[in-house]
Unconditional design. Structure first.
Length: 95
């Protein structure tokens, strides 16, 4: 039986990054170089921009957005397809 790590590396399974801000976006781009990556954010406007190759947060740049393989979505049901979730929360919004 293959481990989750092996399945992620062989792209049999996906992981999801929840929250595509100044931490989540660079993390999603980095993961997408090695594994199937879902990038989730509740902001439909942000997701539409990412899908058009535009980085509204200027965290990684338009060129990087256009050339990454992140599956950007605001549809929370897509998270069910991921076997591993990374939730990134802006600590400033908690305090």
């Amino acid at each position: 039986m293959s481990s989750l790590y092996q399945k992620l590396k062989s792209k049999e399974e996906s992981l999801a990054i929840v929250g595509l801000g100044y931490v989540g976006m660079p993390l999603a781009v980095a993961f997408s170089k090695k594994v199937n990556t879902i990038g989730f954010d509740i902001s439909q406007e942000k997701i539409h921009a990412y899908k058009q190759g535009i980085d509204p947060t200027n965290e990684v740049g338009n060129h990087t957005i256009r050339n990454c393989s992140v599956n950007f979505t605001y549809d929370e049901t897509k998270l069910k397809t991921a076997k591993f979730l990374v939730v990134v929360k802006n600590i400033k919004s908690i305090v």
